[in-house]
Design a protein around this ligand. Sequence first.
Ligand code: CP
Length: 366
Amino acid sequence: MIKRKDLLGLVDASAEEICEILDTAANMKRLLRQGIKKLPHLEGCTATILFYENSTRTRTSFELAAKYMGATTINIAASSSSVAKGETLIDTGKTLDAMKNDFIIIRHPMGGAPYLLARTVKAGVINAGDGGHYHPTQTLADLMTIHRHKSSFENLTVALCGDLKYGRTVHSLIEAMSRYKGIQFVLISPEELKIPGFIRYNVFENQGIPYTEVSSLEEAMPKLDVLYMTRIQRERFDDPWEYERLKDSYVLDTEKMKLAKGKMCVLHPLPRVNEISVKVDDDPRAAYFRQALNGKYMRMALILKLLDEAARNPAKEAIDTTGLEYDRVCRNPKCITQTEQELPQLFRCTDKAADIHRCIYCEQRA
Ligand code: CP
């Protein structure tokens, strides 16, 4: 259940809640198509869009979504704010809270930053992408697109192709789709960019969801219902030569599309670099620009859902910290604990017998 006023990931969202958000998004789409672009739901509300990384789709769709529903929107880009002078995320959050924000929509290069912000502020926090961890609102757009194309989420074979290590959209989509009956995943990546341990643990080990790992896109193609292409995430590589070596690992072109089912759907969170030939854009199975548009409707629906939650529970529930342990160090250099001053590191034991502990911010093993 989405119990608080935050959306940090989709692991707690139920299938019913996702269905409810999909229905509301369809209503939003209908209203906007009728030319109704001023809805009253967020009148008097302030939504701050706090982005520490670049964005076209997420930023634009959140801003449009909030404005259509009557909110005042504030845009903060880290490069032109006091973040550039060294201000911590906690201090930025406290400042925004003092100014009475209703929502803070955050994108950040460090895993777990939205979780830290949610612990710090009274405002609702929406994760618009945290490093190579999660991107749950992209997943809402993905789900709407898959549902419109396939009419169901059940019994689908879903391939994720490209950078599965750093691709945060992939992590959120796998977690969200793992709740549907008959789902099978095909993970297509180079050896160096395989799916990380926290997704293996959360989905494949813990829930026993079937999956295969392969390196050939051509071989996988004929059995797929959904193909989710991803960009190799240049900005997350420590070694630029490693990126150069891997960047064109997979390119979807019209020849490969001939191997696919007639009703397969091709998604990509965008931006693309070279992973899908522009010639594929004319194929009716190419759904990635509709997917970007669906992000606007789903973000409107999500904000309404969180607003409803805020009306029912005006005070934020405290984040559950029972059973957490302090006496370890997170070694992930891309974890928010690496950059915030004096932040206590916190871990949850996920396997007592094997003594496995995971950082509560970025979910990497301690
Ligand atoms: N898919 C996505 O997050 O796109 P942007 O980086 O342009 O927001």
